[in-house]
Design a protein around this ligand. Structure first.
Ligand code: PHE
Ligand code: CA
Ligand code: ZN
Ligand code: ZN
Ligand code: ZN
Length: 295
């Protein structure tokens, strides 16, 4: 698997920050900064050879958009999806939440193109609208999938906040190995969890589980039984002393003190966390997407 260039991921964040700055400081659903963000992502994917769709929906009297990008080839009956929400809250530019996940999956998709990857699975990337208003874009996508199309999706990887300034390294707990919270994900989620854990193990970074508590866009996928996984570096939660010993950073402080605030700018990103997570995404896409026989 490739090493995703951190500088390229950060260049996407700079672009998203500029879009917010030019549009009243936000990239929220229904605001011009959202559509400009979607157009930026889509243009980069089109130029790289993806087949893209701008899927529109209506929520709260405003039009929202999902950007869906298919990489031509792979088994159409064995689809791996990778997604991140592209909208911010109205209070700020949403660079860690969730420019970080959006930029990391975008650069992974562009690396697929640069390498002319020929995966065994069909790869589909998605940037969701209106997550901040209740997972509206991902819910719209899943509920409007014809049953046959839905059955082809064998896994969904979600990345929402992967560059938190006081980062933790959380992996969605597909097997409920910590025995707490929401229980395991759909069958198959444990394999997605293991693949992401394997990457962090290979670079010597310990991970901990985080529950499928319904707070991000994997929700509509697991609700219909699609296996899911992903990583997360923490939001408003407070880093404990044990977590600071494990990962460094500051105990007694939020993983992201600028969560949902105007200060969630390009200054609100931990480069090391962003780099590690981008590489983890690429590792998972290459490992799962190119497995023969497919897993
Ligand atoms: N979805 C939350 C938000 O966008 C952040 C979050 C992600 C919380 C993952 C928990 C787990 O605000
Ligand atoms: Ca890297
Ligand atoms: Zn948020
Ligand atoms: Zn988010
Ligand atoms: Zn687990």
């Amino acid at each position: 698997p490739p090493d995703i260039p951190l500088a390229n991921v950060k260049a996407h964040l700079t672009e998203l920050q500029s879009i917010a700055t030019a549009n009243g400081g936000t990239r929220a659903h229904g605001r011009p900064g959202y559509l400009a963000s979607a157009n930026y992502v889509r243009a980069r994917l089109d130029a790289a050879g993806y087949t893209t769709t701008l899927q529109s929906f209506t929520y709260n009297g405003a039009t929202g958009y999902n950007v869906i990008a298919d990489w031509p080839g792979g088994d159409p009956n064995d689809v791996l999806m990778v997604g991140a929400h592209l909208d911010s809250v109205t209070a700020g530019p949403g660079i860690n939440d969730n420019g970080s996940g959006s930029a990391a999956i975008l650069e992974t998709a562009l690396e697929v193109s640069r390498q002319a990857l020929q995966p065994s699975k069909h790869l589909r990337f998605a940037w969701w609208g209106a997550e901040e208003l209740g997972l509206r874009g991902s819910q719209f996508y899943v509920s409007n999938l014809p049953a046959a199309e839905r059955a082809r999706i064998k896994g969904y990887l979600n990345f929402d906040m992967v560059g938190s300034p006081n980062a933790g390294y959380f992996v969605y707990d597909g097997d409920n190995s910590d025995g707490t919270g929401s229980g395991p994900g759909p069958a198959g989620s444990a394999q997605l969890e293991r693949t992401l854990q394997d990457y962090f193990t290979s670079i010597g970074v310990p991970t901990r589980g985080t529950d499928f508590d319904g707070r991000s866009d994997y929700g509509p996928f697991i609700a219909v039984g699609i296996p899911a996984g992903g990583t997360f570096t923490g939001a408003e939660g407070i880093k404990t002393a044990a977590q600071a010993t494990l990962w460094g950073g500051t105990s007694g402080q939020a993983f992201d003190v600028c969560y949902h605030r105007a200060c969630d700018t390009t200054a609100n990103v931990n480069d090391t966390a962003l780099d590690r997570n981008a590489d983890a995404i690429a590792y998972a896409v290459w490992t799962i997407g190119t497995a023969v026989p497919p897993v």
